[in-house]
Design a protein around this ligand. Structure first.
Ligand code: SF4
Ligand code: MG
Length: 315
């Protein structure tokens, strides 16, 4: 709800705050239980920061994050720790988050012991189960991270997130580092696990074609703002925001039902420290009119759960 995450910019010899990078700039949306919501946009648009602030791995600047009615950012550290197992993060590169000297079985099981959910004795069998669930044979439990391929490491990353039996998982570019053929396997795994465990996902990706297979709804971010949000079929068949249309036109696989003309955006993404006035997209929008420079478009509901922030879209 109205979530903001600003990073102060230090400047001058005294390191005074001279401005803010507005990484997440007033973002609101609802994620329903059992749903997979995709969050897409170019790198630097604030998707990862949104995901991390939602999990309170980063402190918010303003706003609320309600998880089953509890404001995560209002919790004391001890209360937050109790809630932690419910909310997990899957990283883009699980290798960087796996200690090379720790066997994967221990890496997966350590949180269970830390949170006193299970005794060391029981953890081993449980970890084997989780590995199997994630498509890895149980004997992998005593291997080290370097013995695995990229796709297997991501399975380990998912197994580790899953070990605590979470309700909610933020997956931040979980397949971006993988070959296309392996991407599909990991997406299928996430999809199967979601069904089996009734998981709720916030799935972050710079790639619209990746979210299309897994997500029920998709949100599009630009410069820290959510510019469009809609059910998947609705978004892919009727993208309303000029930025979404441009992203969509860049999907390489031709689909006869979609407009095939590639929309090439002019100019670079402006700095989130000094975003354009009015509609933040006006400096690159092919349809910008005078009003776009001065008035911030409302994020409005145009029906069927389709929200868009653009002056040219009628209610
Ligand atoms: Fe383009 Fe104006 Fe719509 Fe922004 S509000 S997306 S600048 S037409
Ligand atoms: Mg990112």
């Amino acid at each position: 709800k109205n979530l903001k995450k600003y990073f102060p910019i230090q400047g001058g010899i005294f390191g005074k705050t001279v401005g803010n990078v507005r990484a997440v700039d007033d973002v609101s949306f609802t994620l329903n239980k059992g749903e997979a919501l995709g969050l897409v946009g170019e790198s630097g648009c604030g998707k990862s920061t949104t995901g991390r602030t939602i999990l309170r791995l980063l402190e918010k600047t303003e706003g609320q994050v309600l998880f089953n009615g509890t404001d995560i950012h209002a919790l004391k550290k001890a209360e937050l720790r109790k809630l932690r197992p419910e909310m997990q993060l899957v990283f883009q590169d699980p290798y960087s988050s796996l200690n090379p000297r720790i066997k994967v079985g221990e890496a997966i099981g350590e949180a269970l012991v830390d949170h006193a959910i299970m005794s060391k004795k029981d953890v081993r069998d449980y970890v084997k189960e989780i590995l199997t669930l994630c498509g890895l044979a149980p004997y992998h439990i005593d291997r080290y991270p370097h013995e695995f391929s990229g796709g297997q490491r991501q399975r380990i990353g998912i197994a580790r997130a899953l070990a605590l039996n979470p309700q909610f998982i933020v997956a931040d570019e979980p397949v971006s580092a993988l070959d296309v053929s392996i991407q599909a396997q990991i997406i299928n795994l996430l999809s199967d696990l979601q069904e089996q465990k009734n998981l709720t996902y916030l799935f972050i990706s710079h790639d619209l074609s990746v979210v299309e297979h897994l997500c029920n709804r998709v949100g599009v971010m630009y410069l820290g703002s959510l510019v469009e949000l809609a059910p998947r079929e609705e978004l892919f068949s009727r993208p309303l925001h000029p930025y979404t249309q441009a992203l969509m036109s860049a999907i390489p696989v031709p689909d006869p039902t979609r407009k095939s003309e590639r929309i090439v955006l002019q100019g670079d993404i402006p700095s989130p420290a000094n975003p354009p006035s009015g509609c933040k997209f006006h400096t690159r929008c092919p349809y910008a009119v005078e009003k776009c420079k001065s008035e911030v478009p409302q994020f409005k509901d145009v029906g069927s759960g389709h929200f868009v922030a653009c002056h040219l879209v009628a209610n």
